[in-house]
Design a protein around this ligand. Sequence first.
Ligand code: IMP
Ligand code: MG
Length: 178
Amino acid sequence: MVTKLEDLKLNKLISEEELQTRIKELGCEIDKYYNGEEVTVICVLKGSVMFMVDLVKNFTMPMKMEFIRLSSYGSNMTSSGKVNAVDISLPDLNDKNVLIIEDIVDTGLTAKFLLDFIALNFRTKSTKFCSLLDKKCKRQVDVKPDYYGFDVDDVFLVGYGLDFDGYCRNIPYIGNAV
Ligand code: IMP
Ligand code: MG
């Protein structure tokens, strides 16, 4: 298992071009769905930042951006199984169309935590969940993103927002550690 940044070797899985093509397609599909209605986008930091920025460039509806910080991996390569709400301050989302943006759904614990939090605290007009990647084989709880970009296997991924102990988020493609 890779434990140090110096030992990390990356195998390119999804190229920059593939990412941009799929994100544009996804962004246009989501834009069409909302049909000009206002949306509040919630970006789950830190991993989703690259994806959110590129996705929303395809939106034409009035939109606001909110940022929250959750963590479940720490410096490990597998989920701790516990979601830590580092910062979950949000404005009033009652009667709003809410679109949550995630980098990856793995066990599904983070997605479930957030969806439950929103349902408990607000009566939104709608709540949708969009993830760049879906690691379905690792699911522990029953959550399905309304929109997702790519299916991925059970490998540890970095790049395009995804990190290894805080590093590699700036890599413009997605690779797996070998
Ligand atoms: P979940 O709660 O297990 O679904 O995990 C969600 C969070 O774990 C994601 O938002 C990521 O931040 C992180 N994560 C899951 N898989 C990976 C991976 O392969 N590489 C880096 N981070 C990951
Ligand atoms: Mg994340």
